[in-house]
Design a protein around this ligand. Sequence first.
Ligand SMILES: C[S@@+](CC[C@H](N)C(=O)[O-])C[C@H]1O[C@@H](n2cnc3c(N)ncnc32)[C@H](O)[C@@H]1O
Length: 295
Amino acid sequence: MPVADAPSVPAGGAHEYDHFADIYDVWTETAASTQANLPFYVDAYLAAQGPVVELGVGDGRVAVRAAARGCPVIGVDASTAMLDLCRARATREGVTDRVDLRQADFRDFTLTEPADLIALPYHSIGHLTTLDDKRRALHQVFSQLRPGGRFIFDDFLMTPALITQMRQVQLRAMYPSSSSSPTPASGSSASRPPEQDTFLWVTSLVDESSQSLTVVTWEDLVHPDGRLDTRRYRRLSLSWLLPAQARQLLEETGFEVEACFGDFHRTPFADTTAVEQVWIARRPAADDAHASTTT
Ligand SMILES: C[S@@+](CC[C@H](N)C(=O)[O-])C[C@H]1O[C@@H](n2cnc3c(N)ncnc32)[C@H](O)[C@@H]1O
């Protein structure tokens, strides 16, 4: 299929993350797949033989962990707020020399040296909400890999049960928040307002026909007596690929699919057991192409 000639406008995902950054930590701590995807990606980064790039590096949850274990990572993200979080995390962990951050879009990032591994973790391909944008990003990834280099990404495995679950309103987390009234620097504890709680709620608007969803979260800041003080909404636009579409996009881009797993424990994908789709694809080496033309 031809590559769409669309302008390179910032994807909704990155703008939305500028407003999402301050709850990203609690978001990932309470997510279903982050405990399992973290060691999976860190191990893949450590096993790479050359430059490692994480697209959508976010707050550095994965990249900084790999850097702390000795692996230099180039982190690409379009969101200023998320890059700031990543920089702060790298500073806290003392690994700024191993985390090289670049502000760019998945669809047109460029590297000075071809990568051995490009990863796009945690359903982030879904922030490109059209097939054309996904196709453009895959072409860009392919072009920035060395021959023989790998592209690893995961996507939702959308099932009727998951759609039903996503449509429900869920209390995602509850945590103490600092009071909206500033605490006087010289004030005694008696003059301080009692601590308020924050309730983080989530639901999703799911449109099956376009394979897209809007995750809507709201943070309720609640007085100790239960009255609502303030509410703040945030949203994330996402989409999903069917496994057959993911394979087709990879193959039409020129990738060779090495593996598709149904979870982050590397269980081979099977419709009946899979909970994720985790793809490992390889840009064929120059001699692979030669071998295929001579056989
Ligand atoms: C789900 S977070 C993943 C963060 C991190 N990789 C992790 O696993 O926790 C997605 C990240 O992708 C970034 N992003 C979304 N769309 C983007 C785009 N088109 N180009 C570059 N970054 C994008 C967001 O700013 C956000 O930091």
